[in-house]
Design a protein around this ligand. Sequence first.
Ligand SMILES: *Cc1c(COP(=O)(O)O)cnc(C)c1O
Length: 345
Amino acid sequence: MGSSILTVDLGAVVANWQALDQMTECETAAVVKADGYGIGADRAARALARAGARTFFVAIAEEGAALREALGPGPVINLFSGHMPGDTDMISDMNLAPMINSIDQLIRHVEALPGHPFGVQLDTGMNRLGMEPAEWAAVRDVVLEQSPALIMSHLACADDPEHPMNLRQLDAFRDMTMGLDVPLSLANTGGVLLGAKYHFDMTRPGIGTYGGFPFQAAQPVVALSAPVIQCRTIEIGETVGYGNTFTADRETRIATISAGYADGLIRGMGPVTHLYFEDQPCPLAGRISMDLISVDITDLGRDPKHLDVLCEHQGVDDLAANAGTIGYEILTSLGTRYARRYIGA
Ligand SMILES: *Cc1c(COP(=O)(O)O)cnc(C)c1O
């Protein structure tokens, strides 16, 4: 088979979510936006629903509709983007709950779908989504008459426990919600790890469920193994790949695998990344191409059938560090050409 194999461990997804759930006294929702951070929203969400997750979050209505098909009628599905023009039918037909971000969205929602469940997203300083304190003060009583199911906000710096922004946002959230008899939610994965005062009535972990930083106790969820298409021996002075950036300084055995930057293996990480044959790291030789990567396997002393990109020796956060990015981007870049194998559920 010419395609690389992405193995997704749904047992690890469930174990990570349960471990995050056990850190709190409140409900733990599941964030499955962006196709479940690249691993497959339907598979991840069904596994989490079986494990007891009752509330799911996605970014946009289209994701919510697809998730409703996968989960059936029971679970609550919330939309971070709120109620956008053109979304009304989908929100109604698929029973999705928009997190209302502005007065415009509030008017759109209560006029088009009076009595339909919704939540409110407040901005506590990130300045990305949600109502600002003054806006909220102006509509708060109107909103409360409509019985919102949830009031939420989002932390900008939760993966850094020492960051003063965390307490500033906590104070702002408390100020804006004081005395309200509505379920509250502030914490993403980082917020869960910040401790009980950030938990309120519901947490919304995403990345930790999928095995990424800052949940360092997480079990790895993805493994990626690429087939070797061809091996060759080159002489001293010969070069490999685009731009001739690798020159052999000894007789060198080169293996070429089927995966490249079009599959989410970010080109810039090439010079500091290794592929693994069992426990043995093999450096890349030359640049990562669109569909191919060449690897120096001289020291292996044999031609492997496969080389591992993501494995026990090199996880999502290692690749992220090599590429100068975050685990979230590595996961959500995972290619659609991989053959996907789901295990553990
Ligand atoms: C993505 C997202 C989350 C989940 O965040 P993680 O850092 O992945 O745990 C929670 N809330 C909102 C509003 C989000 O956009």
